[in-house]
Design a binder for this molecule. Structure first.
Ligand code: ADP
Ligand code: MG
Length: 320
């Protein structure tokens, strides 16, 4: 199968057809109609085999997750996803692998009505770059820089399950079959909080998605908002399996290991009533408050200060 057959077979037959796509896959560039009066939110993520995923990972999950992490970035801006591009380096054309990969990716694409409108394909060590585009009304975008003193800090869902599942998969700790089954969805099939992000427009002062761990990502909000914060360990939402892990190994899984793809955002007190009416199916928890004193203070279960041993994922940490 040559490059063009591959594109025709796997990518040109993508399942979503949007009215705002004048030309999708097949020409030198896609032609798209962004809605009048809205900003285009554009994001990309590169996933490299052996760095971001294990080379033998199940391709259906990989395809789904490659798109999910991009939709999570759009969600963190309050944007509505619309289009994406796929840049793929493949060591060989493995038809079964590609069918599984596309199956996972297009399942999620269908669920959020996002259309694959182009990309590039090359031979090379396995790597997946997705670029996603979405819309957000001007002045409604959720920025990292908008947090204000007195804002309450919230997170969606639960934190730490993906990290606990990954440690099991890497052989660093053993979970029972049932416990692994309860956490592995968060690792392999994270749900981007797209509707939640969009419904925070006009309510949240700032937002970020948690990809590198709560401490690191909340840290970005604090830095860009020139503020500090206090959070409480006993308010951080964790699953029963993660809670048992924390009792044995400490809080790093929920605070610092990342891959959560939940939203962390801040809301001023006058919007809390409206926020609580939203009733997110994934759950929503207030974990602390924005303060004027710079830095992040973490309060442990007994009311004392907590210092994490490890604060977040950083690809170049060793190079500094
Ligand atoms: P060009 O050489 O002009 O860049 P290509 O031959 O690489 O064009 O691609 C032909 C068409 O197929 C283009 O519309 C391109 O966007 C699309 N395409 C190529 N690879 C992918 C891919 N991995 N996913 C989606 N569309 C792709
Ligand atoms: Mg090309």
């Amino acid at each position: 199968m040559n490059e063009f057959e591959l594109i025709r077979t796997f990518f040109a037959r993508q399942p979503v057809s949007r009215a705002d796509v004048a030309a999708g896959i097949g020409d030198d560039a896609a032609l798209l109609h962004p809605p009048a009066g809205q900003l285009l939110a554009v994001t990309s993520d590169l996933l490299v085999s052996g760095v971001h995923f294990l080379p033998d990972v199940e391709p259906h999950s990989l395809g789904r997750k490659a798109l999910a992490v991009n939709l999570s970035d759009l969600a963190a801006m309050g944007a509505e996803p619309a289009w994406f591009l796929l840049n793929l380096a493949l060591p060989e054309v493995d038809v079964q692998w590609l069918e599984r990969f596309c199956g996972g990716m297009f399942d999620l694409a269908r669920a959020y009505n996002v259309q694959l409108v182009g990309g590039d394909t090359s031979r090379g060590p396995l790597a997946i770059g997705i670029e996603a585009h979405g819309f957000v009304p001007e002045a409604m975008a959720l920025r990292r820089s908008g947090a204000k003193v007195g804002d309450r800090i919230y997170v969606t869902g639960t934190l730490g399950d993906a990290a606990v599942a990954l440690r099991h998969r890497l052989g660093k700790q053993r979970l029972s079959e049932d416990d692994f089954a309860a956490v592995v969805e968060h690792l392999d099939r994270p749900t981007p909080r797209v509707l939640e992000g969009m419904s925070l427009r006009g309510l949240a002062h700032s937002a970020i998605d948690i990809s590198d761990g709560l401490v690191a990502d909340l840290g970005h909000i604090l830095e860009q908002s020139q503020a500090g914060a206090c959070i409480f360990l006993d308010k951080i939402p964790v699953s029963p399996v993660c809670r048992a892990h924390i009792t044995k190994f400490g809080w790093e899984a929920a605070l610092a290991m990342g891959d959560d793809y939940e939203l962390c955002f801040t809301v001023p007190p006058h919007n809390i009533g409206a926020l609580e009416k939203l009733q997110f199916a994934c759950g929503l928890h207030c974990i602390g408050e924005i303060e004027s004193e710079p830095g992040l203070r973490i309060v442990d279960e007994s009311g004392g200060p907590y210092r994490p041993a490890f604060t977040g994922h950083d690809h170049f940490a060793k190079l500094k």
